[in-house]
Ligand binder design. Structure first.
Ligand SMILES: [Fe+2]
Ligand SMILES: [Fe+2]
Length: 335
């Protein structure tokens, strides 16, 4: 973890295609790199899809990234190639089935948000460990995992905007407007994150560490894209953002404390300090104006809203378990 670029030069680029890590990502990257869709290279027929494998999660991430920034040297037309979309759908349904199998159904969004709002006084996850005893190197590793999302922070949730209406839409956009810097490019949370990466002497380029992170990190980010890109999952997207905002403020406070303990550069502290303040407000907007209004307009979405909240918790716990297992064994959490 040594090479790093300046924020302005690193955040504007389309990333390179990730390094494949199994038969599916191998075949897909070969096709994408070969040129136009419909050429000589053939996408694989999938028989056995393990949604916990890195190969499946990396392929999903590659398919989704065609809707965000694309890849250097890959023709944009791949975004809507029917064969690639069919392959993506097979991977998505295996992933979604897996998450649904591990998440209890629920249908009371208010009770769910109330439970999420109760601040724990102790815990065993990375935010507690990094607050109290983690090393600077482990904090930097944590940044590397988070970079896969924070460099596109708010983008996965933005897909839901056209699918909302009325007050829910207006308030959802108000939160996204803050995430996008309130009209100021240098206040974009994506940009603040890039600044904190550079301050920590890390590579701030978009997907710069995609080849180093495990399946759990990719799954955590893929879940947001999966929800965001499907109108049928708009309730889950709203639930996902609500749970993100409700849990962010106390979690960010622990990172502020951990970073101060480690005497981290101020830009690293600033990113989390911003989220302590902003997300306490976002929580209230999400609870009442977004979720409340959405469920008044579309009460049938309540179970999906709860699913989005619990699904986030599930994938975050999977990643937290990975981090803590590696760190307790004295190992790096990166590959
Ligand atoms: Fe943010
Ligand atoms: Fe926020």
């Amino acid at each position: 973890m040594t090479a790093f670029l300046s924020v302005s030069s690193s955040t504007a680029l389309s990333p390179d295609l990730p390094t494949p890590c199994g038969p599916i990502s191998e075949a897909v990257t070969r096709c994408l790199a070969a040129g136009l869709p419909g050429g000589a290279s053939v996408l694989p027929t999938l028989t056995d899809v393990d949604p916990t494998s890195r190969d499946v999660q990396l392929t999903l991430l590659i398919c989704y990234e065609l809707h965000y920034r694309g890849f250097e040297g890959v023709v944009d037309a791949w975004e809507w190639d029917p064969d690639l979309l069919r392959l993506r759908a097979t991977l998505e349904s295996a992933f979604l089935d897996y998450v649904r199998e591990h998440v209890e159904p629920g249908d009371d969004a208010t009770a769910e948000m109330d439970a999420l709002s109760i601040e724990a006084s102790s815990g065993t996850g990375p935010s507690w460990f990094l607050r109290d005893e983690g090393s600077w190197e482990q904090m930097r590793e944590y940044f590397v995992h988070r970079s896969i999302y924070h460099l596109k922070e708010a983008d996965p949730h933005a897909w839901a905007i056209p699918r909302l209406t009325g007050q829910a839409k207006a308030s959802y956009v108000a939160v996204e407007f803050d995430e996008y810097g309130g009209g100021k490019g240098d206040r974009l949370h994506q940009h603040l994150w890039a600044e904190s990466m550079v301050a920590a002497e890390l590579d701030a380029s978009y997907l710069g560490y995609v080849d180093r992170v495990p399946a759990q990190t990719l799954a955590w980010v893929n879940l947001m894209s999966l929800f965001g890109l499907h109108r049928s999952l708009r309730g889950a997207t709203v639930g996902h953002l609500a749970a993100t905002e409700i849990t962010s403020s106390p979690g960010s406070q622990r990172y502020v404390q951990g970073l101060r303990r480690l005497k981290a550069p101020e830009a690293c502290v600033a990113f989390y300090a911003e989220h302590v303040e902003a997300d306490a407000v976002h929580e209230q907007v999400l609870r009442h104006d977004v979720v409340g209004s959405l469920l008044r307009d579309e009460p049938a979405l309540e179970a999906d809203v709860v699913f989005g909240m619990r699904a986030l918790d599930f994938v975050e716990n999977e990643l937290a378990d990975h981090l803590m297992a590696r760190w307790s064994a004295g190992q790096s959490s990166l590959d």
